[in-house]
Ligand binder design. Structure first.
Ligand code: CMP
Length: 153
């Protein structure tokens, strides 16, 4: 086993607490805890860049990230969502096209647990929650409108 025993059981406890992973059997959780890579980011670091190709899936174990999008290069970046501990991202590039659909940046110190494409496919890819995740464009539009309203006050 690559990770130490204590780390392994901490990862297991954390993974068990993620709602989307609740249906995963113990042996899969254990395998995940074995293979994930813990990565650290500082405030404003880019974790993902929109338009880049990507091969990794992220679960936030500490801190917060901002998801932002721009319609076309040179346009303003619009924050569409803030994600926090227990949330995951990066699944879109792992199904179908491998292009990242948004940028993700760290807000303060962030720790992510990272899983590569092959292991994602083997261990997590079967979960409906993850597989069928779609982002409601109405929600994005509502956020854009709310932000515009905020700045025009
Ligand atoms: P991916 O396209 O691989 O990389 C960027 C990630 O940001 C994407 O996967 C999703 O996990 C996430 N993402 C994209 N659009 C939204 C959105 N509208 N709301 C929340 N998260 C998003």
């Amino acid at each position: 086993m690559r990770t130490g025993l204590i780390k392994h059981s901490q990862y297991m406890d954390f993974l068990r607490s993620v709602p989307s992973f609740q249906s995963l059997p113990e042996d899969i959780l254990s395998k995940l805890a074995d293979v994930l890579e813990e990565t650290h980011y500082s405030d404003c670091d880019y974790i993902i860049r929109q338009g880049a190709t990507g091969d990794t899936f992220f679960i936030i174990s500490e801190g917060q990230v901002k998801v932002s999008q721009q319609d076309s290069p040179g346009d303003e970046q619009v924050i569409v969502k803030t994600l926090t501990k227990g949330d995951w991202f990066g699944e879109q590039a792992l199904k179908g096209e491998d292009v990242r659909t948004a940028s993700v940046t760290a807000v303060g110190d962030v720790t992510c647990l990272v899983i590569d494409r092959e292991l994602f496919k083997q261990l997590i890819g079967g979960l409906d929650d993850v597989n069928n995740k779609q982002y409601d464009s109405d929600e994005v539009k509502a956020n854009v409108q709310a932000e515009a309203d905020f700045f025009s006050r």
